[in-house]
Design a protein around this ligand. Sequence first.
Ligand SMILES: [Zn+2]
Length: 437
Amino acid sequence: MNIRLTFFTAVLLLSINCYPSGDYNINSLPDNFEEKAFEHVEQLYNIGIRQAGSPNDRRAVDYISNRFRRIGLYLDIENFEFESYILDECNISINALEIKPVHIGFNPYGSAENLTGKAFLVDPAKPENISALDLENKNIFTTKRIDYFRLLREKAGMIVYVSEKDFGNISHLHGAEFSCKIGGKSERLNSANIVGIINPELQKNGSLIICAHFDSYRNSPGADDNATGIGVLIELADFFFKVKNRISCSLTFLALGAEELGVIGSRIYVREHEEDLKGCVSLVNLDRIGGSDSMILEVEGGVNNVSDIKGKSQISDDLSYRAWEGLSGKWRIAHSRLLEPFMASNIPEWYKTIIEKSISKLDLEIVRAQNLGADHSVFAQAGIASTSIGVMGNEIHTPNDVIENVNKKSMLKSAELCREIILNTLIHYKFIEIRNN
Ligand SMILES: [Zn+2]
């Protein structure tokens, strides 16, 4: 055996282990992955703030769909229309004392624009007492120091944030009658979900989804949140496209719109794809993966009795196509039926094993997260085993979410974890050919 042949044999043997191999190594991402993914971040960042429904939002749609097309994915641009409430005025009086709220949580899609009731004051100086209070259907007055979702989880009826100064002025008015006058109108806006599919003809066998949202928060250029997720999504699509012949199911790469206004794109996708999702085995979401701090992971399995209702959204019809946060950030939705689907979680054993295996294979340090409120939760409440990957450390949802703060190494690590989870899921479902000899 000559030296050259020995060398080739060694290379061949090295490339054959328990995972599939061949012309393209599926066990790790290519060397140029990091740079290529970052190029997409630069391109999206250069578009400017990509608020859902804006012209820049559409530019992002064009960019991503062109990239998906160039890779060779089966492409579908699913335009959608959604409704958002524009809050023009909000005046409240308690015991004839006029106050102007900083932010209000209510349901703008109901009929009530003149709300009255008893004011329930929650003192921000004692946040630890919240869980001891019965807040169900209460009209809560507090200040920004108390987390909105914490109040929502207690099924608060209406949530009014006032300034610290105003809170001081009304602190003696617990239980007093208030009246609230809200002025505004609903507006229709457009965005899109971009669907790129590998092996669309094999969808009958099953499917996996990898997703990321492309819109940015209203005042933020959204470099980390979430141009990083999209950059990696595009390159992962390219990566898996090259091994598509060895995969016997379909892989959907989903760039979701209007996440920041209340996971609208994912809600609409789930509603429109109920049938397709019955065969979807799992989903990985990439959201803000360019920080320099801890890597976070939220794993959700869906609601109880998953098998009976897989693919079916638990979110009520009347809320499906409506924003849960205003374009100018002055209001958020408060709705007693809203959080319940997102609270239930039932992670299947096989999925837990796959996640643990993937993390330990890559030797990653992970912080487990809860209630990230990102797109994956929408799929989880429809019975799909879902994971969201993120990396903390950047000031997202602010003008400081700039490209200079994006950590490319974190993007690559997140991409590797996503690849590993997908690969292990394909192996678990025997959707990929394994060559052991
Ligand atoms: Zn995000």
